[in-house]
Design a protein around this ligand. Structure first.
Ligand code: CP
Ligand code: NVA
Length: 308
């Protein structure tokens, strides 16, 4: 049994095999209705709990559909409806859930909730986003890049805007898959040293560049995310917008990247804020492939977790 908690905690051979299996499983489903079962049913007789303490469209639907395609069943739980946060410890919740279900996916605020769940659960636990990281998203993003452009190893990825949870997982992935990453954003929103340090310790080049046009020059992939994440105080909205505006991804900025550069966004996006519709709907954008690939990547993650 394996937990999937973060990209830097999972060894590269396992990450690579998950990406390859995701691509193969995607290929094997081409042309089938979304609800059709996969040829193999590795999750038959498995019950998976999907716990959400924050809103979600993609994570919720892609995990649910993925489990069902592989023959398993899901139980969708909202943090508010559970005893989580109402006095029962995470450790006790983990031990109780482990008596009912075969795997737990959780989206939560504080990363310590995820870690405690994993420590006390007897079944695999998957990180469906915390305030600090979002590893399932980046597995889908690596799959998406490679399906369009081949190996991501050695490429230049530029993260624009807030050095947030999704950026952190990109930095983990840079270290593991061996690509270079340039962060361009205001200094107040730099990614934490821990994430940058991990990527550098693995030998990749991590650059901090305040000038967005310089940063994007020569990029193979440009990535944006919302300027205000779910865990950010809404009161910080205006200040964040003011300092992040120079980092908007628009057609003028994209013109500095390589002509065949891709654009990614984990979604949900705020059109005309962090990215213009011209870029989102333009020829370089692969945002809906990314969203689809959440499904395929997470199916491989779940199989690895259960060893099936
Ligand atoms: N990208 C992503 O995780 O989307 P949701 O918040 O809709 O799950
Ligand atoms: N950074 C965003 C990602 C949403 C999928 C958030 O945490 O709200």
């Amino acid at each position: 049994m394996n937990h999937f908690l973060d990209i830097h905690k999972t060894d590269l051979a396992a990450l690579r095999s998950m990406i390859d299996q995701a691509a193969a499983m995607k290929q094997a489903r081409q042309g089938r209705p979304k609800g059709a079962p996969d040829d193999t049913q590795p999750l038959a007789n498995h019950m998976v709990a999907l716990i959400f303490e924050k809103p979600s469209t993609r994570t919720r639907v892609s995990f649910d559909v993925g489990v069902r395609q592989m023959g398993g069943q899901t139980m969708l739980l909202s943090g508010n409806d559970m005893q989580l946060g109402h006095g029962e410890t995470i450790a006790d919740t983990a031990r109780v859930l482990s008596r009912y279900v075969d795997m737990i996916m959780i989206r939560t605020f504080d990363e310590t909730v995820l870690m405690e769940m994993a420590e006390y659960a007897d079944v695999p636990v998957i990180n469906g986003l915390t305030d600090r990281t979002h590893p399932c998203q980046i597995m889908a993003d690596v799959l998406t890049f490679e399906e369009h452009r081949g190996p991501i190893n050695g490429k230049k990825v530029v993260w624009t805007g807030d050095g947030n949870n999704v950026c952190a997982s990109f930095l983990h992935a840079a270290g593991q898959f061996g690509f270079d990453l340039t962060f361009t954003g205001p200094s107040q929103l730099d990614p934490e040293d821990e994430f940058v340090g991990f990527a550098r310790s693995k030998g990749c080049t991590i650059t901090i560049e305040r000038d967005a046009a310089k940063a994007v020059t020569g990029a193979d992939l440009v990535v944006a995310d919302t300027w205000v994440s779910m865990h950010d105080a809404q009161s910080a909205r205006e200040r964040r917008h003011n300092i992040l505006r120079p980092y908007q991804v628009n057609e003028e900025l994209m013109a500095h990247a390589k002509p065949d550069a891709l654009f990614m966004h984990c979604l949900p996006a705020h059109r005309e804020e962090e990215v213009t519709s011209g870029v989102m709907d333009g020829p370089q954008s692969v945002i809906f492939d990314e969203a689809e690939n959440r499904l395929h990547a997470q199916k491989a993650v779940m199989r690895w977790c259960l060893g099936v």
